[in-house]
Design a protein around this ligand. Structure first.
Ligand code: ACO
Length: 435
């Protein structure tokens, strides 16, 4: 990556009895940043920012979010335009290369990804090592990490060609792995990829075809799947992406770094939210129970939160949620799931939360996961697969961010500091002398 931050004056900090000047930099859009890299050397103090709410960890040219305005741009293009007019593979190319592909580039990229979708036959034995009732995210973590044991020729992070091959392999093989995780838990035989199908259709067929009956591609569902992949493709320096960058900062191989990202994504405050949102709707059960449940949330009973609501960055609305809500309606109509008893519960919850002062005050809006859970359920996926689909889609974002970090001249191993509040130095006491 060619670094592009521009100096834009200085900030004065008075700390530890000293006044020091710290450089201020500007990006192309968004708030300026204060470079505190030399602050410890100048003042003897660190900064403290749990959760990184005011800290930029890197320079990036991939994704821009303005949380207050509800804007999400990939390489400058608004997410709604990409979701409505582009395709997932085109967005992958955009995230990785920085520009939309022309027709020839698109054809070549499509063909490369399509021809990397198969897994080494020996790789299938990994799946058999898992219990049948293993969570598919556990299978994803394990098997994606295991890719580094199979594809040694693409683990040298200093070789740009090897890095590119690893990137293509992961984008191509992730749907095959995800579908196998699904099939394994369903006790059905694995379905091999078909090169004549597009990325989303191929994935749906690998999930839903059985030897007794092939899967008939439904264009509405294939389009919805592709759109869900686009909406989850990248999201700036979120927890899992930062995990991938931190793992990569030590020079770890790309497959290991993506496995680390999958592990982080699994948590209910992050990628696990769509699964948690659907479980919450099931727990609420009926429209009549919505009011009492919301009251429980407002009373903060046992830490109950509205899953699928709120976002660390979006404090206005989640621009992905708008497109997802529309896709949700299209899918429910197509599969005739308007009669799903959870749908009225979801709609009532959305209505109550959007008009309640508690949620308005805290700027808590439905996020993309609120609608994606309902949509994926209607498409036939069990809740345990929701985060797997998120991981599949986010792989390209992790990879693009990892590549950017690897080629950034300012990159160093990530090593945060701490404020220590444990015991100060003391002498070891032999066990017989302890009270
Ligand atoms: N339901 C109820 N109250 C909430 C919620 C929620 N979902 N989210 C935040 N709040 C409240 C908090 O209790 C707090 O209230 P207080 O000021 O009275 O103490 C206030 O809003 C601020 O909350 P924070 O925890 O400081 O917000 P933060 O930005 O750290 O959290 C997060 C963001 C983790 C996403 C949170 O909103 C949440 O837990 N949401 C539910 C899980 C979820 O949907 N995650 C998906 C994120 S999107 C994604 O990963 C694709």
């Amino acid at each position: 990556m060619e670094n592009k931050v521009k100096p834009n004056g200085k900030a004065t900090l008075t700390a530890g009895g000293k006044s020091v000047e710290l450089p201020v930099y500007s990006g192309s859009v968004g708030p300026d940043v204060i470079d505190i890299g030399k602050m410890y050397a100048q003042t003897g103090m660190f900064t403290l920012d749990p959760g990184f709410t005011s800290t930029a960890s890197c320079e990036s040219q991939i994704t821009y979010i303005d949380g207050d305005a509800g804007i999400l741009l990939h390489r400058g293009y608004p997410i709604d335009q990409l979701a409505e007019q582009s395709s997932f593979l085109e967005v992958c190319y955009l995230l990785l290369k920085g520009e939309l592909p022309n027709a020839a580039q698109h054809k070549e990229f499509d063909s490369t990804i399509t021809r990397h979708t198969m897994l080494h036959a020996q790789f299938d034995r990994f799946f058999e090592g898992f219990r049948r009732d293993a969570h598919p995210m556990a299978i994803m973590c394990g098997t994606v990490g295991a890719l580094s044991a199979f594809y040694h020729d693409s683990t040298n992070v200093d070789d740009p060609i090897q890095r590119q091959v690893a990137q293509h392999r992961m984008i191509a093989k992730m749907p095959t792995i995800a579908a196998r995780a699904f099939k394994y838990s369903a006790g059905q035989p694995f379905v091999s990829p078909r090169n004549e199908l597009d990325y989303a259709s191929n994935f749906l067929r690998m999930c839903f075809a059985v030897p007794a009956e092939d899967y008939k591609i439904n264009p509405v569902l294939a389009k919805a799947m592709d759109r869900i992949f686009i909406l989850h493709a990248d999201h700036e320096q979120n927890a899992s992406t930062s995990t991938v960058r931190l793992a990569g900062s030590s020079g770890a191989n790309p497959f290991a770094c993506i496995a680390a990202g999958i592990a982080c994504l699994w948590g209910p405050a992050h990628g696990g939210a769509n699964e948690a949102a659907l479980q919450m709707l099931q727990e609420i059960g009926t429209v009549e129970n919505v009011g009492p449940y919301v009251q429980k949330v407002k009373n903060k009973e046992a830490g109950v939160r509205l899953m699928g609501f709120g976002h660390r960055v979006y404090k206005n609305y989640d621009p992905r949620a708008k497109v997802m809500a529309q896709t949700c309606r299209e899918v429910l109509k197509e599969v005739g799931a308007e009669s799903d008893p959870l749908l009225p519960v979801a709609l009532e919850l959305e209505r109550v939360a959007l008009s309640d002062e508690y949620f308005i005050e805290r700027k808590l809006y439905p996020n993309v996961d609120f609608y994606s859970g309902i949509t994926l359920k209607a498409m036939g996926f069990p809740t345990s697969m929701f985060t797997v689909l998120f991981a599949l889609a986010r792989t390209v974002g992790w990879i693009a961010q990892w590549e950017e970090m690897t080629t950034d001249n300012t990159q160093r191993i990530g090593r945060p500091r701490q404020v220590y509040t444990g015991a100060p130095q003391r002498d070891y006491v032999p066990i017989g002398q302890r009270k």
